[in-house]
Design a protein around this ligand. Sequence first.
Ligand SMILES: [Zn+2]
Length: 446
Amino acid sequence: MRLWLKDPIAVLADGAERGLVVADGRIVELVGTKGPATACDTVFDAGRHVVIPGLVNTHHHFFQTLTRAHPKAINKELFPWLKALYPIWARHLDRNGFRLGVRLALTELLLSGCTTASDHHYIYPPGLEDAMDVEDDEARTLGMRMTLTRGAVNLRAKDGGIADDSVIQDDDVLLADCERVLGRYHDPSEGSYRQVALAPCAPFNVSKTIMVETARLAERHGCRLHTHLGETKDEDDYCLHHFGCRPVDYLEQLGWLQDRVWLAHGVHFNDAEVARLGRHRLGVCHCPTSNMVLASGMCRTKELEAAGVAVGLGVDGSASNDNSNLMEGVRHALMLSRLTYGAANVTHLDALRWATEGSARCLGRDDIGAIAVGKQADLALFTLDELRFSGAGDPIAGLVLCGAHRADRVMIGGAWRVVDGTPLGVDVARLRHEHGEAAKRFLHNC
Ligand SMILES: [Zn+2]
């Protein structure tokens, strides 16, 4: 069945003046001025919509939606922020709260135009051993693509780690679960809805053994690898003190300077490190909102891209954002980059490219992230009806500059998943109530 998304206000693609045609879950034609080449079975009148590729989120911590704007953590930089929150997470995160946090974050992402998510989940208190299964289940309900990013912390406090011992799994347990999750969910095929990446949390809370072992596992299973790196100056100091080298050198020692790796943040790389990361074809997920909230610094997006690094975008965890709106992240990426590179050298098209094609590359995918023939039909459609857009000249620039934050329609694999601003498969009012109730425990008794 051929569906024509007809005559939109604008499409983020060349040669699609009159829209595009979708069939069997993929984009099969960009419609130029003459209309579709072959007759279509159905027509969707897109006359109120600006159409962009579905956004791809490459870094998040869904469970942190339960501790947004937490009084014990606000107004702190990363290390003291983590020290304030770890005991609270360890004490209160249970399976029901986690499920609601996952559902809420995915719904927020979807409503912001995101069609492929990833969640770097690294704490596993007793009762949450099947966290990846919960995430798969929730993403399935919403019809979203997702990379299940199986994280871990394993450095105990007595060994210099900052995570609470109760959320740490033994090495053999966590490695066995990595294998289980890979075997059960990792689908590398074109159009896949579920992939798995292995993601030890960060050099300061994971042992060398786990970093090395996960890299071996990833090689064996052909999956991606992910971790936090270069987020703060404190991390530089920690690595110099404990490992006698900077974070990128440490990564190389672990066998992690390779093209299956994408890193979260990448703020504090020097020129030589940027070049090395490019030579080894790594990816970096820029998290502008979180970097501003925690005062971490500014990712060197343009230099990294010029060096050959895939630059993607992420909202980061909801305790350091404190939302899950990737379209807002696009705007923040543009604004923050402007401070570094000037007005002429970074545009809304750069920021949108990071959130789509760049993010897809970070996740190792070339079947999503662009509006082109053969790509998956993952689309975000925004109207310009709100007051904030009135008077906007360039519709695509207007989305970013005027602050679009909620899609009117979202399509994933050719199926509508958001219709008239409403996500299908979730009761938003009920979710808001249940999640809000679950979050109260994290606020009191902490
Ligand atoms: Zn993070």
